[in-house]
Write a protein that binds this ligand. Structure first.
Ligand code: DC
Length: 224
């Protein structure tokens, strides 16, 4: 898996920590490719929902596992396609996030999505964001960042994102959903959400995005 001259920068962290925005900007600044691994889990969630499958039912779960291994997902610029249909907006709903988190506890689902994520590693390099980029998908990353923020700040950011889309957001519901998602992502047996031993932890609760971006960019420049 060690591709010469193809460094990976892994940015992992909990939901709404800002890792997606930051990772995309770091990638742009470095001229690297960008992988939003959460989007792949979310596309699977939408596919499962559209097929009317329930991961708690064993026969459905078997179908979901086979869907994960053959998921017809494509990234075209900022567009995410499932079977050539644009799902860029629907994957961002809270319902898709919750279903993605439920599916992500299944080891066979994670295994099915592994190679698809590794395929994003292409010259001149990759910035990948998710939960297990540094621990499982790209363990030889040149830089591993664990980007976090307090649950209060993350819930406030999520509310702003939803309101910016012209939708109404209920802070309490979002806060509880975020805590439940953190718990499920952190306590699962396979690839739980936690900083790797060799990750640099950055708490951005009180940092403007420019400072987060600059900090990670500086760390990256020291290593590539
Ligand atoms: O980063 P996100 O909120 O878009 O991710 C949605 C869900 O997908 C998240 O709750 C857990 C799962 N996920 C994962 O388990 N591993 C990843 N590398 C990325 C996402």
């Amino acid at each position: 898996m060690n591709i010469p001259n193809c460094p990976v920068i892994a940015i992992d962290g909990p939901t709404a920590s800002g890792k997606g925005t930051v990772a995309a900007l770091v990638a742009e600044k470095l001229g690297f490719h960008y992988l939003d691994s959460g989007a792949i889990y979310r596309v699977l969630a939408v596919a499962v929902d559209q097929a009317g499958l329930n991961p708690d039912v064993q026969s459905d779960l078997e179908r979901i596992i086979s869907m994960a291994a053959n998921l017809p997902v494509q990234f075209q610029g900022t567009q995410v396609l499932l079977d050539s249909v644009d799902v860029s907006e629907i994957i961002r709903t809270e319902a898709a996030g919750v279903m993605a988190s439920r599916l992500a506890v299944v080891p066979e689902v994670r295994a099915g999505l592994l190679q698809r994520q590794r395929d994003f590693r292409q010259v001149p390099g990759l910035v990948a964001d998710g939960r297990d980029m540094g621990s499982v998908v790209f363990p030889d990353s040149v830089l591993k960042v664990f980007l976090t923020a307090s649950a209060q700040v993350r819930a406030e950011r999520r509310v702003k994102q939803i309101e910016a889309r012209g939708q109404q957001a209920d802070f309490q519901a979002i806060f509880s959903d975020l805590m439940a998602r953190d718990k499920r992502d952190s306590e699962r047996a396979v690839a739980p959400l936690k900083p790797c031993d060799d990750a640099l932890v950055l708490d951005c609760s009180a940092m403007p995005i420019e400072q987060v971006l600059q900090t990670i960019h500086n760390w990256a420049k020291e290593r590539i």
